[in-house]
Design a protein around this ligand. Sequence first.
Ligand code: TMP
Length: 405
Amino acid sequence: MICHGCKSQNTHMFLSLGSTPLANAFLREEQLATTEPSYPLDVYYCNDCGLVQIGYLVPPELLFPENYPYVTSMSQTMKAHFADLVDSIVSEHSPSKDGIIVDIGSNDGTLLSNFLKYDYKVLGIEPATNIARLAIENGVDTVSVFFGEESAKKVREEKGQASLILGTNVFAHVGDLDSVLRGVTHLLSDDGMFVIEFPYLVDMAEKMEFDTIYHEHLRYFAVRPLVVLFERFGMGIVNVKRTSVHGGSMVVYTKKGSDSSAPSVVQAIELEKKAKLDSLKTYESFSKSVATVKTQLRELLQQLKDKGATIAGYGAPAKGNTLLNYCEIGTETIDYIVDSTPFKQGCYTPGTHIPVVDESRFHSTPPDYALLLAWNFEEEILRKEDQFQQNGGKFIRPIPKPEII
Ligand code: TMP
């Protein structure tokens, strides 16, 4: 396959998670009898620029249908994180008010809403109409389109240039990266800033976060390959900052006409070298450890079932579906999954068909064990479900090594 970043053909597959349905394709009851389409989930490393990426690209209309179930504001952690991110951008960079602030993949407007108190003009770009509607109801101007060169031109014509463009947890999702970056350079003013955030490959490799691999996540970024990518568009990385969300993420600040020689950028690339992210062997060993997690998790759950314990899942994130499908864990083991997102409740998990229920079920018929599928919100969830633990209930964390908390 051809590398998404540097266009080299020198890529190597190091991990296959099999053929799985789309991780956010939750099913309604009447869909259970139909055959679910599934797609290969194979991961490649580019020997030239170091980009880690999946090989099979599912068309974006299938990945991001008009009705998308993920809602940012479901998590207090993400709300607080975005409020902090906005405060730090405004205080450190004070983007010009001559331009608008654009968020690509703006979801329900949680991030952009934080700019309103600073009197910025904002525009969300969110293809899922059900989610865009929520943003508009929250007072965040939003258009339902996929961001790319064409839509960027239209936005510039109608609203003028942007002094700041954001893309949190979206830059890994777009198929045509070149079109997005051409759109960004067209829409962004010359002194503007493009800020992205993504789960950081260093964290993913260290903490065995293999379940974050699913078809929506086309690539798994480190800073080094991004320097090469941005260079192709005349942009440079002027700063990077690690954050704790989604199992460990990186915020990358880029500008037109800059180079990528800032100390934080150099340090990140050194860290990536130390973590041996530039060696195929690292990924091959990661792949072996993924198989070990599968064996250990299945054994642990089986032991609990043999003792007559009941097990539920906690959180129905997309990554939970990678974990369940790859580890072949279904209704024989998990009675139900509790999730706070209304769009997911009443549905069934793709591939494994486990019912997703609201929190009242978890509280009225608590299981003996809860498999923490939304492990990125461990602190928030354990705090919230203190009573469950006080009553003897236990959480199981699946990665980096399956264990009872
Ligand atoms: P994410 O890891 O892709 O952000 O998804 C997290 C999922 O976990 C999302 O469906 C919401 C759900 N969730 C709960 O059900 N309860 C909670 O307390 C939190 C924080 C998240």
